[in-house]
Design a binder for this molecule. Structure first.
Ligand SMILES: NC(=O)c1ccc[n+]([C@@H]2O[C@H](COP(=O)([O-])OP(=O)(O)OC[C@H]3O[C@@H](n4cnc5c(N)ncnc54)[C@H](OP(=O)(O)O)[C@@H]3O)[C@@H](O)[C@H]2O)c1
Length: 288
């Protein structure tokens, strides 16, 4: 879960494999395992990065999980279809471009990775939001079938699926292209960093069965498909921090909910499935 706050104490003993802790008083953010809805949390330094001056705790808290996830997706897609020394993705479809993750994907693709053609799907009221984030083409999925809009020469080289609709998206990707999904079934290999002791056999079988329909459909379509589960890394977050600092990436905030009393309300917004950007709980007032 995402956290942003100030370091109040550090371990007195060095932790094997961990970088030195950030000094007390450093403003830090990161994505940590377990819960983060608390006045104080324990976090490994390797999962954190300093919050740049001028970036608020709310913006910092909105960023790590979503931004790192889409960055890792886009890096993978660059590996599949990227061209030239900078591995530029020629064209990209992002589903749910005004959602928590999709809004970072559109911005990163357009402003950082310089994808020449970024297409995204949103519902009507969010078309202007996705356009402002930098999308070149915005499809209102409630009125326009995405498959119909992206056929023939209009197909894309790559897609990042944040909705879990990968099978229906496959015809929108040119054969030889690639899709990475974060909202659908997960391949067992993605659990490696989270289950260092190994993925149990029963779980491997269950995940393989869940993935089989999309894996088969992708193979038939000639498209490289994979799922991605975020691997949280402070070193990568330091790069994201630089993009926050220079304004290349600006978190899209749906709403901020104050105090632990606000948690129920925040989850209500999330569970409704139509957030415009990220939902943030401000557990402690800034400066408090
Ligand atoms: N694998 C990972 O590591 C990882 C990391 C982060 C998130 N995720 C997963 O990724 C998914 C998205 O997360 P999120 O934080 O972006 O969720 P979110 O912010 O709650 O996404 C909601 C957005 O989805 C849009 N949406 C819903 N149905 C849609 C459709 N059929 N087509 C296009 N847009 C649609 C909604 O827009 P409208 O109101 O316009 O419908 C809304 O903007 C979730 O399943 C989440 O669990 C996975």
């Amino acid at each position: 879960m995402d956290v942003a706050g100030v370091v109040t104490a550090t371990s007195a003993v060095a932790v094997a494999g961990e970088p030195p802790p950030f000094p007390v008083g450093t403003r830090v953010f990161g994505c940590i395992p377990g819960g983060a809805l608390a006045d104080a949390v324990a976090a490994r330094a390797s999962l954190l990065a300093p919050i740049p001056d001028g970036v608020s705790y709310v913006d910092a808290a909105a960023t790590p999980l979503a931004c790192l996830t889409v960055l890792q997706c886009l890096r993978r897609l660059q590996g599949h279809v990227g061209a030239g020394p900078d591995r530029i993705i020629p064209s990209l479809l992002v589903t749910a471009g005004a959602g928590g993750t999709g809004s970072f994907a559109v911005q990163l693709a357009k402003r950082v990775l310089r994808v020449p053609r970024v297409v995204t799907t949103v519902s009507g009221a969010k078309v202007a939001v996705a356009t402002a984030l930098g999308a070149d083409e915005v499809i209102d999925y409630q009125t326009t079938p995405v498959r119909g809009a992206l056929t023939g020469a209009h197909r894309v080289a790559a897609a990042l699926d944040a909705v879990g609709s990968t099978i229906s998206l496959l015809p929108t990707v040119t054969p030889g292209g690639a899709v990475v999904s974060i909202g659908g079934p997960l391949q067992a290999g993605e659990l490696g960093p989270w289950l260092p002791a190994g993925v149990p056999l029963y779980l491997r079988v269950a995940l393989a069965l869940l993935c089989a329909p999309v894996a088969v459909a992708a193979a038939v379509a000639g498209v490289a498909w994979s799922s991605l589960l975020l691997e949280s890394k402070g070193s990568e977050l330091a790069q994201v921090a630089a993009w926050l600092a220079d304004g290349s990436v600006v978190p899209l905030i749906d709403s901020v909910h104050d105090g632990l009393d606000g948690v129920h309300e925040a989850y209500g917004v999330l569970m409704a499935g139509h957030a415009t950007g990220k939902v943030v709980v401000r557990v402690v007032a800034e400066g408090g």
